[in-house]
Design a protein around this ligand. Structure first.
Ligand code: GYE
Length: 349
């Protein structure tokens, strides 16, 4: 018996040694990365609010840190949050960061100190600089959700990110410009960039560069115009004084394509014909520009994110686990699409 026990015991030791060896062997190479990326045990980042597991939208007080006003996309995004909050009966505290990063951090800290606020939603002006306030928010039991623009911070400091795959928008943009420039000798492209430091600008540019070589596109000029039609007109005018050897413009948002279109017209060029124009966002104004023929293609970026954000906030409030990223569904639209008029009727922004 004892021998058997001894035999059994030694077998157990061997097995456990083996197990630990396997466990650590398996864990070490793979687990570190994923552990940082997603909670290993499926445990929610936030343990829920006092009303969990039966919190309602009326229990949520959301502090929303918007970037500031930039154009049609931003206006639609802000409206989505304000209107959906009314529909769901949740209290929304809206903070306009006026496109100023320091003001956005200050606004974040204000919501951390606000005893009424239990959810903080962030549309980040910059990708970095958030870890400290995120940790403070977590220590104060505030649920944090990142919307629109991703950030570079450990994912266990926020409940989830809801927004577009900007790199994919950049890849799509390059592939569409390749089609537009087919058969053209030159493939010189000018890039109008969003605000430096934002994930939208970084990732769209990176995605575009991943695909542009497929058809020999060259970016011969690239500069920020801060999502603005006024600035992009000035930038394009300056470039046109240097050269007119451009076959296409990649505008990282609709507004910047409108400024470029104006500059080309004033320089005696026909936008959409002499110079192909592609933008990202697909707001109502972009469809108008396509109807006029001055914009050739627009790659969609969905601004109506509030319903998904509030749904995720309620799940987090009830202690439910959330995926680390909820990407948006998006399309591409063409000026030469015979259905364009019909498509426009169905658009809400
Ligand atoms: O493309 C642009 C806005 O973050 C996706 O910001 C958003 C971008 C959008 O100013 O129009």
């Amino acid at each position: 018996m004892k021998k058997n026990l001894l035999g059994l015991f030694s077998t157990l030791i061997v097995v456990s040694i083996l197990l630990t060896a396997c466990g650590s062997a398996m864990a070490t190479p793979v687990s570190i990365a994923t552990v940082v990326a997603a909670p290993p045990t499926g445990a929610p980042v936030f343990t829920g609010l006092g009303c969990a597991p039966s919190c309602q939208y009326s229990d949520l007080v959301v502090g929303f840190l918007q970037t500031g006003s930039e154009g049609g996309w931003r206006a639609a995004n802000t409206a989505s949050f304000k209107e959906t909050a009314k529909q769901l009966g949740l209290k929304l505290k809206f903070y306009d960061s006026q496109n100023d990063f320091a003001k956005q951090i200050a606004g974040f800290q204000r919501f951390i100190q606000d005893p009424e606020v239990n959810v903080i939603v962030l549309a980040a002006l910059e990708t970095t600089g958030w870890e400290e306030v995120l940790q403070q928010a977590k220590d104060n039991g505030k649920i944090v959700i990142i919307e629109d623009r991703r950030i570079d911070a450990p994912e266990d400091l926020y409940a989830t990110y809801i927004g577009s795959d900007f790199a994919e928008e950049g890849r799509k943009s390059a592939m569409e410009l390749c089609k537009l420039l087919e058969g053209m000798s030159g493939k010189n492209v000018w890039e109008l960039v969003g605000n430096i430091g934002s994930s939208a600008a970084k990732d769209r540019g990176q995605g575009f560069r991943e695909k542009m070589a497929d058809c020999g596109i060259e970016i011969t000029k690239s500069q920020t115009a801060n999502w603005s039609a006024t600035e992009s007109k000035q930038v394009t005018q300056a470039w046109l004084t240097e050269t007119k050897d451009v076959q296409a413009i990649f505008a990282q948002n609709d507004e910047m394509s409108f400024g470029a279109i104006e500059a080309l017209k004033e320089a005696g060029l026909v936008p959409g014909v002499d110079v192909k124009i592609l933008s990202v966002d697909a707001t109502g104004s972009a469809f108008q520009a396509m109807l006029e023929g001055s914009l050739n293609v627009t790659v969609e970026c969905n601004p109506l994110l509030a319903p998904q954000v509030y749904e995720a906030a309620l799940k987090a409030a009830n202690g439910e686990d959330l995926p680390s990223w909820v990407p948006s569904e998006e399309g591409v639209f063409y000026a030469d699409d015979p259905e364009l008029q019909e498509i426009i009727k169905g658009r809400t922004y």
